[in-house]
Design a protein around this ligand. Sequence first.
Ligand SMILES: Nc1nc2c(c(=O)[nH]1)N[C@H]1C(S)=C(S)[C@@H](COP(=O)(O)OP(=O)(O)OC[C@H]3O[C@@H](n4cnc5c(=O)[nH]c(N)nc54)[C@H](O)[C@@H]3O)O[C@H]1N2
Ligand SMILES: Nc1nc2c(c(=O)[nH]1)N[C@H]1C(S)=C(S)[C@@H](COP(=O)(O)OP(=O)(O)OC[C@H]3O[C@@H](n4cnc5c(=O)[nH]c(N)nc54)[C@H](O)[C@@H]3O)O[C@H]1N2
Ligand SMILES: [Mo]
Length: 771
Amino acid sequence: MSRDTSGQSAGGAEARRSPEFRPYHHPAAGWGAAKSVSRFLIREGELVDGPRAIQKMNHEGKGFDCPGCAWPDDLKGLKLDICENGIKHVTWEMTRGRVDPAFFAAHTVTELAAWSDAALEAQGRLTHPMRYDADTDTYVPVSWQDAFDLVGRTLRGLDDPGEAAYYTSGRLGNEATFLYQLMARELGTNNLPDCSNMCHEASGRALQAALGTGKGTVDLKDWEATDALFIMGVNAASNAPRMLTSLAEAYKRGAQIVHINPLVEAAARRTIIPHDFVDMALNRSTPTSTLNLQPRIGGDMALLRGMAKAILAEAEHRPQALDRQFIDRHTTGFEAYRALCESTSWEEIERQSGLGRDRVEAAARVYCDADRSIFSWCLGVTQHEHGVDTIREIVNVLLLRGNLGREGAGPSPVRGHSNVQGNRTCGIDHRPSKEFLDRLAEACGIDPPREHGLDTVATIEAMRRGEVKVFVGMGGNFALAAPDTAYTFEALRGCELTVQVSTKLNRSHLVHGRQALILPCLGRTEKDMQKSGEQSTSVEDAMSMVHLSTGMKKPASPHLLSEPAIIAGMARAALPDSATPWESYVEDYDRIRDTMAGALDGFEDFNRRVRLPLGFRIKQPARELVFLTPSGRAEFSAAPLPDVVPAAGTLKLGTMRSHDQWNTTVYSDDDRYRGIKNLRTLVFMNEDDMRERGLSLFDEVDITSIAKDGTTRSLYGYKAVPYDIPQGCAAGYMPEMNVLCAIGDYSTQSDQPLMKNVTVTVNPAGAPGDR
Ligand SMILES: Nc1nc2c(c(=O)[nH]1)N[C@H]1C(S)=C(S)[C@@H](COP(=O)(O)OP(=O)(O)OC[C@H]3O[C@@H](n4cnc5c(=O)[nH]c(N)nc54)[C@H](O)[C@@H]3O)O[C@H]1N2
Ligand SMILES: Nc1nc2c(c(=O)[nH]1)N[C@H]1C(S)=C(S)[C@@H](COP(=O)(O)OP(=O)(O)OC[C@H]3O[C@@H](n4cnc5c(=O)[nH]c(N)nc54)[C@H](O)[C@@H]3O)O[C@H]1N2
Ligand SMILES: [Mo]
């Protein structure tokens, strides 16, 4: 494949300054974060409104949910339970910049396509619905009604409802989510790809199979009560910064904290809790780790297997290392798992995990010494071929010591987008269960399709084959977030119609179908007025708490509609004879919630309970030791260890976020906690791997990925950075590196793209045979 022609250029405003790398030795959060926030507020011109909005964020009573990550709110309604990245996120939505019809008239799409992604987003908020005009190659204003009619007409003209796909990015509120899936299903398709297909699909599948529930079972109270935390494959200081508070508090109470990550991230060192004024004033930091383990990329499962092996060995002379009573009463499959652990050699465990036996045993010792343990994980565990097996192995280890269904113990996936978990709960699922569809049919009087729909990768492939002709994106930036940039671009460009419901200009507006619409919506911080008055929407956090979010800012433009209103408008146009009261739902979201109460398990009495001060928690059967599995018990798995050792001459590359970005939105070219300034086109490498290739700091390299089917994809002129990462492993930034992720390289277990497990060669730039 030739040089990347996706039109992407890495980076934000500082792209031309010279790169710097100085390993970071300060605590996470604290004054560094405070400084970064104030710089950001000044840059965005939000010194007054910004702080006022932040006050309203995430706290008990009336306010809006942080549109950032899905970490739960402080249980005491702490007003200052906010973080640097949440502040950036809110301020980003409140920018004063506007992308209006005059802007679009002044720039053709071809011209905009040459702009960097950062430059596109930096223009500010979208103000009017716009339609692509091929004659002038520009977006031109369109009335809402004409936009809806275009969608309706095109959808009605399809030969089959499965020729359309309906994407969501995980910040859509529950009420809009419910309407969106209702629209798709009433139209006759389960084609509901979502960002979760790239994120935690593996967690859902593994937990469902093992415990009969697709979610974690613990909440913040458990985090406060646990004796040992195992934090796997998450860069918490950047991506779930409020976890730092929990880690510091755990440390102060004497809990053990084990970080498992090829990189020693900032959260695995020390932090200054930003709202602890005494610690802030004294610049006093708290450690957030008691043990750091650096497995090779993909080596987590072998590490867990080794821990289990060590626990079983320990139980031979100390029976209480196992919770036999729990195992006998609540689980199946233990003997097969025990036999598998015993037959897996230490040699194999060391080779596959990349860790010495003593390190694995040290982790097992921490685990055995703790009465209550929590395992928490994110993308470092999920975006792999064997992500499902690895998460089931986490559950296996938990089950061995009965770490389930009691305070301070259990699995705790760190979800991504603020409402990605709520999206799934409220019906965004391309593989809905029969029970879900039966209830939906009854509560809404529709006849939903029963066959499975398409997920993210399958949608791209179907668009590329011409089988999906209409793509609707409810938020997000599909073109850049999805794997195989060049392939995904071609797929989108082959569509008859692409519709993007967005707040800001992004790449997905410029990589469009024959016809295209940009439909601008209210952001979460903004006031949503409908016929019955001001509306709130609900969201669910990563620990299954559902609460209301109420915007308070004047909308960025009077022409914006709310997401429920846009969905209802499209639905009415596409389904003129629908008996669903679309207009009435939009007048008063309580009406949507009343229907949801009948349609969704756990949402009984929704309107009342969601107004309780902290909202309510969706019941978790596994938490009560009720397992909705075929056996009625928690199920041990016994999967063989995969071979994750890179072939000679290749490295395993993991793509990840910098500190200063939100998925496809890049705020700057800095990655403070990793010591990087002014550089995104980099690859972190082990020093020995660099030496072998004759590389030193900032030397230019070409990176070529080798897909399962043997095809290759390349990025040129990246800069090598020596880093504390195991040999054979490399890391760099998404979304730029999506160019390297082949469309066919997704997990056979979860269908997730292998974004943390790309086989690459790295060579000095322009080396012979490289291009
Ligand atoms: N500020 C900010 N917050 C965010 C986001 C954001 O972009 N910006 N994105 C949100 C979303 S949608 C999500 S899903 C989450 C993502 O949160 P994370 O999962 O933290 O996301 P990544 O940056 O992809 O980082 C993954 C981590 O996995 C590690 N890793 C890589 N390979 C392996 C492996 O094989 N094993 C182990 N154990 N670790 C590995 C990397 O070193 C890195 O620390 O964050 C959410 N929060
Ligand atoms: N290589 C690689 N690729 C990855 C990943 C990885 O780790 N490595 N991670 C994957 C993961 S976990 C995820 S979740 C995806 C992220 O994929 P997406 O969720 O699709 O991408 P985002 O960058 O979060 O989307 C940003 C856009 O959302 C729109 N937006 C913001 N707020 C709102 C709102 O309130 N309403 C609406 N309608 N639109 C809004 C704005 O227009 C903005 O440009 O990327 C995936 N891609
Ligand atoms: Mo995500």
